[in-house]
Design a binder for this molecule. Structure first.
Ligand SMILES: *Cc1c(COP(=O)(O)O)cnc(C)c1O
Ligand SMILES: [Zn+2]
Length: 404
């Protein structure tokens, strides 16, 4: 007997776990369903400081198949300074900029590649807006598997350098993320490659659930009131909801239904925010995304419809911010909390600010703001608004005049 099966998100038909991700009957996406053992808080007390500490809640049957680069268990920072600035008494930053490949994508990539190993696949890959390329390539390197990355050609240079260094076969597509995604889907299926966020997606999203497990444990098993989540494809937001629901199922948390989920997108690629504000159930794709937040530049979000459902289920909101607001928010977070994030994290912080201004968050709410990537991955954009350092001769008198 295996611990998991796959279940269609739409018609609920169940399947045995396999290299499979859509329903034969209705083409709905398949989610992992668990037969959970008894789980207690004490179980986690002495475990490894990585997300694999939640093994019983993850879809790997045999521990020997785990491919780990020690990601997860990142800090949940009590943001006193930023909180004071915004008038919030209980603001927390979940700082995933410090993961091994410097973004939260180490969570889904690690679980998908472990499952690919368990299913006996001999090659892996991904369609990426930048961060997933490195996360997949690093885990593939650790697993000794070849890795094929498909990404738009205009992503940040640091992200390309990183994925290439881990040894990925890097295919830069002259087009949008959606173009790269379409090609990755076809090549993945025809060549039997485990494309982590496409044909391995059912398992991929399970990794992002650990974002909920860690936050819950770090809050001493309390449910947050407000969660601000940056949204590209929407897989992460959906997975965070699933994670909290499972903790309720195994009785580690009480009722989670009063959480508020807030989706944050950049202006120039905010199809889910547009749909939310228009009260629409369908997401109209953005043909040519144009934003400094390149990791969120997904014009046709795969889980867009489900994010809208989640916002409805969890008393949520969706809000966007423009390039200037994103860059300003990066600096605000850096200067108040010493955390340097990439534009996706700036989107979270900027939308957090807007929610406070709009009166959507109470000053005593327990707020968790997800910061998902590292600022060193996207220095091009922030340099545009920073002063260029003046160069001085190494002369004490001259320099001491500017140190006041
Ligand atoms: C991919 C990514 C996101 C968005 O995740 P989705 O699951 O596509 O919604 C957010 N932040 C960063 C830094 C990312 O790389
Ligand atoms: Zn179905």
């Amino acid at each position: 007997m295996t611990r998991t099966s796959l279940q269609c998100r739409e018609c609920k038909k169940e399947y045995e776990t396999a290299f499979k991700y859509v329903c034969d009957d209705c083409f709905g996406p398949l989610d992992v369903k668990y037969d959970f053992p008894t789980i207690t808080k004490d179980m986690f007390a002495n475990r490894e400081q990585t997300y694999w500490r939640y093994f019983e809640l993850l879809p790997i049957e045999n521990k020997s198949n785990i491919v780990s680069i020690d990601a997860g268990m990142t800090p949940l920072v009590k943001a006193e300074n930023l909180g004071k600035k915004l008038g919030l008494n209980n603001l927390y930053i979940k700082n995933d900029s410090v993961n091994p490949t410097f973004s939260f994508k180490d969570r889904p990539a690690g679980v998908a590649i472990s499952k690919a190993k368990e299913l006996g696949l001999t090659a892996v890959g991904c369609a990426s807006t930048g961060n997933l390329a490195s996360a997949t390539a690093a885990h593939a390197a650790r697993a000794g598997l070849p890795c094929h990355v498909f990404a738009p050609s205009n992503i940040e240079i640091a992200k390309i350098a990183q994925a290439l260094s881990y040894g990925a076969n890097y295919i830069a597509v002259d087009g949008t993320y959606d173009d790269a995604n379409r090609i990755a889907a076809q090549i993945g299926d025809s060549k039997g490659i485990g494309v982590v966020n496409i044909n391995m997606r059912s398992h991929y999203v399970e990794g992002s659930k650990t974002f909920s497990y860690e936050v819950a444990e770090q809050l001493d098993w309390q449910v947050p009131d407000q969660l601000i989540v940056p949204v590209g494809s929407g897989a992460m937001l959906n997975a965070i909801c699933k994670g909290f629901e499972e903790l309720q199922t195994v009785s580690l948390l009480g009722d989670v239904s009063n959480m508020h989920m807030i989706a944050a997108q950049p202006h120039g690629c905010a199809p889910i925010v547009d749909a939310f504000k228009n009260n629409s159930k369908e997401v109209i794709p953005v043909e040519n995304p144009d934003t400094v937040a390149k990791s969120l530049a997904i014009g046709d979000p795969g889980d867009g419809r489900y994010v809208l459902k989640r916002l409805q289920q969890y008393n949520g909101f969706a809000e966007e911010c423009n390039n200037k607001e994103i860059l300003d928010a990066i600096l605000l977070l850096a200067k108040t909390e010493g955390i340097f994030t990439e534009p996706a994290g700036g989107v979270s912080v900027s939308v957090l600010q807007k929610m406070v201004e709009q009166g959507k968050i109470d000053k005593n709410d327990k707020v968790v703001c997800y910061v998902t990537g590292n600022g060193l991955k996207a220095t091009e954009s922030i340099m545009e608004i920073l002063p260029k350092p003046t160069v001085y001769q190494p002369n004490i008198k001259e320099i001491s005049a500017v140190v006041q």
